[in-house]
Design a protein around this ligand. Structure first.
Ligand SMILES: *[C@@H]1O[C@H](CO)[C@@H](O)[C@H](O)[C@H]1NC(C)=O
Ligand SMILES: *[C@@H]1O[C@H](CO)[C@@H](O)[C@H](O)[C@H]1NC(C)=O
Length: 542
């Protein structure tokens, strides 16, 4: 039920009571009025404002550091802090109250052998029931905003509005209202990996059908929650989702279509994003005044050897982040030239009559280009890059990796988190923020994820070290380099279901004992550290 229907309910209660035996005043009425007042009270939306602000364009030249480190190395007053989660990783209640299955329900139930300890998100942190505990945790740390995702198959079990689930509307309304009542701005990710299985059966993101479905889903979200949600993220990490979900088929939705599927997926992610963006522009922006982005992921790269040319680093970044960021933030609304050329060439060698990389029509380019109000980005790690010099073998199945021709490695000096891929390279965050500044004219960036995995212990000194060093990199990028960074989002507020790693790798600022039915949230040392960062607006000694 949305705002308007609450009003209907209120009027109904008034009408019933006017004619009922008790006259005007009832016990139910004041509660409804108070609730209505509490929710419609003006909320300041500082993150929305920070992301909407027109930024001065950078000349692309690094500023000369003039900051007095001892006194001024602080986060600007308007800089905001938040924490993130995703629906499948925390909600549980996988089949409660009319929720339909997503591709992650299918994966964990049909292929338990792919997940560590055959874990599932069936219960997870049970945020479906315990969302108020999550909001308490956010409030304890002092976060300004909360980035969470909506379960598409919870809201629309069969993907479109014909299946709208009122229980899901009630749940997300309650979560959003709880956040606002505690002064925490909601940031909604529309899709964080959990595609409705019903739509996956129709091809999911490898099919152009998904664009209309996604537009209708976004329409439902704006109409239902847009009176209170002003920062929208359409997609999460399409690089990872497409390459591993539709190329190598190693993670949800387990589509093995290497060399083709990942490019189709990326194409329809971008077109569906643009469709959701333009729908908002046309029908909602004027009345709702929100802002829309898409969260990209990707590493920063360093030359593997003294003789590795910078061009190789550039190529590695363009094949990963540029793949999505160039069409959105670049000059011509198209994929990076290096991808267009390389994939066309390889496709020809394979005897194909057209490139495995789909082509945007000029109308589509115009739609995609500029269809993001800010640059949302998840940073975790970096790599060394070297170009694979061997001749392209067209008889081997094609893949994004073979098209990119980047051999990735790690510096032996980098420490590693529990996750095998998570090497700690804080300077890479500063590096990539500067790459955005130079390549895309200093867009406003929202860091939508950054975090560290371990066993989940309460005394998490290494997580504190990770946060401190990455926040330092962000501060340097802002104060010394002139990058426009509006906010920093920690992943995650609570321990949760880490996809194929199950519950074996923990990222939370709060500990959750998954063996205990109460699933209590307990602050780790890092929660306290983050609270001090937010209070002092600097990076305290630790
Ligand atoms: C940058 O700062 C250094 C040290 O303060 C100074 O020597 C140098 O001339 C400055 N460069 C520019 C371009 O202003
Ligand atoms: C988690 O909960 C279980 C069941 O209540 C309990 O036996 C166990 O000691 C708890 N683990 C930790 C680390 O608190």
């Amino acid at each position: 039920m949305g705002r308007r229907c609450r009003l209907c309910a209120l009027l109904l209660v008034v009408a019933v009571n006017l004619t009922g035996p008790y006259g005007y005043i009832t016990t139910g009425l004041p509660y409804l009025i108070e609730r209505e007042r509490e929710v419609v009270a003006p909320f300041p939306y500082p993150l929305r404002d920070a992301l909407s602000k027109q930024q001065q364009q950078s000349d692309g030249i690094p500023r000369n550091g003039t900051v007095d480190a001892a006194h001024d190395f602080r986060f600007p007053a308007e800089f905001l802090f938040g924490a993130a989660t995703a629906a499948y990783q925390i909600e549980g209640a996988w089949n409660a109250d009319g929720k339909g299955p997503s591709v992650w329900d299918t994966l964990t139930h049909n292929h338990p052998e792919l997940v560590v300890d055959a874990a599932t998100g069936d219960v997870a942190a049970n945020s479906y029931a315990l969302y108020k505990r999550d909001v308490e945790a956010l409030e304890t740390v002092g976060f300004d905003y909360y980035r969470f995702s909506i379960g598409w198959s919870r809201l629309l079990p069969r993907g479109d509005r014909s299946s709208l689930n009122p229980a899901a509307v009630a749940y997300y309304n309650a979560l959003i209202d709880e956040l606002l009542a505690h002064g925490i701005e909601p940031v909604v990710t529309m899709l964080h990996y959990d595609v409705p299985q019903y739509l996956q059966n129709l091809g999911g993101f490898a099919s152009p059908l998904i664009v209309d479905y996604f537009r209708e889903y976004a329409d439902t979200l704006y109409a239902t929650f847009g009176d209170r949600v002003k920062v929208w993220i359409t997609h999460n990490e399409p690089y990872d989702f497409c390459v591993e979900g539709y190329g190598t088929g190693s993670t949800g939705p387990l589509v093995y279509a290497t060399g083709v599927g990942e490019y189709l997926c990326a194409h329809y992610v971008l077109l569906s994003h643009a469709a959701a963006y333009h729908l908002y522009q046309e029908r909602y922006r004027e009345t709702q005044g929100g802002t829309i982005g898409i969260t990209l992921s990707g590493r920063y790269y360093y030359p593997a050897t003294n003789t590795t040319p910078y061009e190789t680093v550039e190529r590695a970044i363009q094949f990963q982040i540029g793949w999505f960021a160039d069409p959105l933030f670049g000059a011509d609304g198209n994929y990076p030239a290096v991808m267009v050329e390389e994939i066309a060439q390889n496709s020809a060698l394979e005897g194909r009559t057209r490139s495995r990389l789909p082509t945007f029509t000029s109308a589509e380019r115009a739609l995609v280009r500029g269809s993001a109000d800010f640059f949302a980005y998840n940073y975790y790690s970096s790599r060394l890059a070297e170009l694979d010099q061997t001749d392209y073998d067209p008889s081997v199945p094609p893949s994004w990796r073979r098209d990119a021709r980047i051999v990735q490695s790690v510096d032996p000096g980098w420490s590693r988190a529990k996750s095998t891929w998570l090497y700690v390279v804080p300077e890479g965050l500063r590096g990539i923020l500067n790459w955005y500044r130079v390549r895309y004219g200093n867009p406003t960036v929202l860091i939508t994820e950054n975090g560290y995995s371990d066993d989940g212990q309460l005394d998490d000194a290494q997580r504190i070290d990770y946060y401190a060093r990455h926040l330092n990199a962000v501060l340097s990028a802002i104060l010394l380099d002139g990058c426009n960074v509006a906010g920093y989002t920690a992943w995650s507020i609570i321990d949760n279901f880490e996809w194929l790693r199950g519950y074996s790798e923990k990222f939370g600022l709060f500990y959750v004992n998954f063996s205990d039915p109460s699933l209590q949230r307990v602050p780790k040392a890092s929660a306290n550290f983050m609270k001090r960062v937010i209070t002092t607006r600097s990076i305290p000694a630790y």
